[in-house]
Design a protein around this ligand. Structure first.
Ligand SMILES: NC(=O)c1ccc[n+]([C@@H]2O[C@H](COP(=O)([O-])OP(=O)(O)OC[C@H]3O[C@@H](n4cnc5c(N)ncnc54)[C@H](O)[C@@H]3O)[C@@H](O)[C@H]2O)c1
Length: 326
């Protein structure tokens, strides 16, 4: 009974792997350790995972077909796949579109092919994104809403992953759960995300760029809540559905303005932020807000961490990390 987990050196992948190892699972982690953000953070996460006897790691690019063909033999005993590797980040997809097509489309196809051919694989859980709701969706976002007006190439690749998944569930019976993550934050987080880069700027005394006067709203979801939801879904393959596939929101069900995030960071770091105002970029949606009825009914998912609790935890880790103590 072995789990293949892609993106193991990434933020969510690291935390999900820790939780799986803690409950005694064997995890084979895959990551290409690319330099989209500070690779030291990825290798530090990996070093923590490598303390566990149940963890193995292979550096590999999921979009590389020969690598994936060789991997298929090495992971023949895989019973479940958690696929979190991707080129993340909404705005970066304007600057580096090909990285998104390679990791999120070609890479996703390779994972679908792997799941199709692994004889013992019972469930593929993969990362989608709240960004698939794009423009004009009504709030809160529900899985039954249309998701055909993406505002960024990143969002378009994540929606395409869901559609490719549908075809593989229909044609080959690959059981899948796609998870639409909503602004996940916490310790060992991602430096390109606002909460992390704001914290760095605040401590350096540098200005942070705030869109639309801080009125942009996000459903900020704490990492521990996300991990509980991912494991709850992994344990419940949609085998009884036809085709065996579901797509679920995984958010905090609480839409808060970026101004509240900044206030929580100021409080936790004990410093005031210097603000530089700018209009919201065209790739960013004005608000995200998750309807979590479906995942709650399936798994008992009940996110319990408001910004006032999660941001101080992030800030404590962040200060340790900056000072080489993490
Ligand atoms: N963090 C969020 O708020 C959020 C929101 C919506 C969706 N997601 C999705 O959740 C997943 C995990 O996100 P994260 O925040 O942990 O991001 P992350 O960037 O920290 O983790 C992704 C990991 O995948 C690896 N990777 C990228 N391309 C690869 C490739 N071709 N082959 C092998 N490894 C590759 C990276 O090196 C990285 O370690 C991603 O699919 C992301 O799109 C995250």
């Amino acid at each position: 009974m072995s789990i293949l987990l892609t993106g193991a050196a990434g933020f969510i992948g690291y935390h999900v792997t820790e939780a799986l190892l803690a409950r005694g699972e064997q995890v084979m982690g895959i990551d290409d350790l690319n330099p989209y953000y500070d690779v030291r953070l990825k290798t530090a996460r990996l070093a923590r995972l490598e303390r566990h006897a149940g963890f193995r790691f292979q550096r590999a690019d999921i979009a590389d077909r020969p690598t994936m063909a060789a991997l298929a033999e090495a992971v023949a005993d895989t019973t479940r796949i958690v696929h979190l590797a991707a080129q993340a980040g909404v705005r970066h997809s304007l600057a580096a579109p090909r990285a998104y097509v390679a990791a999120n489309l070609v890479g996703h196809l390779e994972i679908l092919e792997l799941a199709r051919h692994l004889k013992r694989c019972r469930h593929l859980v993969y990362a989608s994104s709240s960004s698939v709701y794009g423009a004009g969706a009504s709030l809160p976002f529900a899985e039954s809403d249309r998701a055909d007006a993406p505002l960024s190439l990143y969002a378009a690749t994540k929606r395409a992953d869901e559609l490719m998944g549908h075809a593989y569930a229909h044609l080959f019976g690959v059981p899948q759960t796609g998870l639409r993550f909503f602004t996940v934050y916490g310790p060992w987080g991602r430096p390109d995300m606002a909460y992390f880069s704001f914290a760095e700027a605040i401590l350096r005394g540098e200005p942070i760029t705030v869109y639309d006067q801080g009125t942009v709203r996000r459903d900020f979801t704490y990492i521990d809540d996300v991990v509980a939801g991912v494991l709850g879904c992994l344990d419940r393959p949609p085998t009884a559905l036809s085709p065996p596939l579901r797509v679920l929101n995984i958010g905090n069900h609480r839409s808060e303005p970026v101004s509240a995030l900044i206030a929580a960071l100021e409080e936790a770091l004990g410093r005031r932020a210097l603000l530089r105002h700018a209009p919201r970029p065209r790739a960013d949606v004005a608000e995200t807000f998750a309807d979590i009825t479906a995942i709650a009914a399936l798994t008992g998912f009940a996110p319990a961490t408001p910004l006032a609790v999660g941001i101080p935890r992030f800030a404590a880790w962040f200060c340790d990390w900056r000072e080489g103590r993490a």
